[in-house]
Design a binder for this molecule. Structure first.
Ligand code: FMN
Length: 237
């Protein structure tokens, strides 16, 4: 279930440190945030002595310390995908707050204040799990407009045309909800049906999460596609 509200437009390209507006501020990596530009524009137009300017400067400082709000939603039958989801969440947590939940326990997905969604599950019969399919079809078209998102799955290490890849269906459906894919869908591999994960896959999950973060930090305003993964048309693909 999703609580929908229109997402304000994002524009993350403007850097007040480079512009000189906040030339006194220390050089830091600035996290993208939809209120960021509003604050910067306000500071650029307000009188330096106004009280509101002080408030806005304080808020901007908080944004600069990194407050990305991410949600990792997963499904897992035997625990392998859960391990991947938690490794991804651990890495994302280095840049902000991260919630991680199994799809049936995710509750209402409140997109207000959410900066990044990562969704993954095992590939079963070439598709996402029934619970993830149900979650995806419950998302109204446009519900995640402009929300940066990434999809992953677990599956066998064989040709994709033999195994299918749940992440492709997930990514396709997420795009239908308006989400902006940060990276092409990614697969992590199990050695057998019950697991375990192949050696090095948890490490690779952390590395992938770092790539997600890097793409997130270089995201562009709403409506501009960051990457264009080629995937099928059916969430149950
Ligand atoms: C009912 C069922 C169907 C499966 N179908 C596929 C499949 O089509 N392709 C594939 O690569 N793996 C398939 N698998 C293997 C799962 O991908 C594997 O069990 C999963 O990655 C383990 O993750 P988990 O521990 O999070 O459940 C299937 C497993 C089950 C139980």
């Amino acid at each position: 279930m999703v609580q929908t509200s229109p997402r304000p437009p994002k524009s993350w390209a403007f850097n007040p440190l480079q512009s000189g507006i906040l030339s006194h501020a220390p050089p830091v990596d600035l996290p993208p945030h939809r209120t960021y530009n509003l604050l910067v524009r306000f500071l650029a137009s307000s009188r330096p002595t106004s009280r509101l300017t002080n408030v806005a400067t304080g808020l901007l400082a908080q944004l600069q310390t990194g407050n990305m709000n991410a949600f990792v939603i997963y499904d897992s039958t035997f625990g392998n995908t859960e391990q991947i989801a938690r490794a991804i969440a651990d890495t994302l947590g280095e840049q902000g707050s991260v919630r991680v939940a199994r799809v049936g326990e995710a509750g209402t997905l409140d997109v207000e204040g959410l900066d990044l969604l990562v969704l993954g599950c095992p590939t079963q019969r070439h598709k996402p799990t029934p619970a993830v399919q149900a979650f995806l079809v419950s998302l109204p078209r446009g519900a995640l407009q402009g929300l940066p998102a990434a999809a992953f799955d677990t599956r066998y290490r064989k040709a994709r045309w033999l195994t299918g890849a749940a992440a492709r269906g997930i990514a396709k459906r997420l795009r239908k909800t308006g989400a902006s894919p940060l990276l092409p869908p990614e697969s992590f591999f199990v050695a057998a049906r019950l697991g375990p994960l192949e050696e090095g896959e948890l490490q690779r999950a952390g590395d992938w999460a770092r790539e997600v973060l890097a793409s997130f930090e270089h995201s562009v305003p709403d409506g501009t596609e960051v990457s264009s993964p080629s995937d099928g048309d059916n969430p149950a693909e």
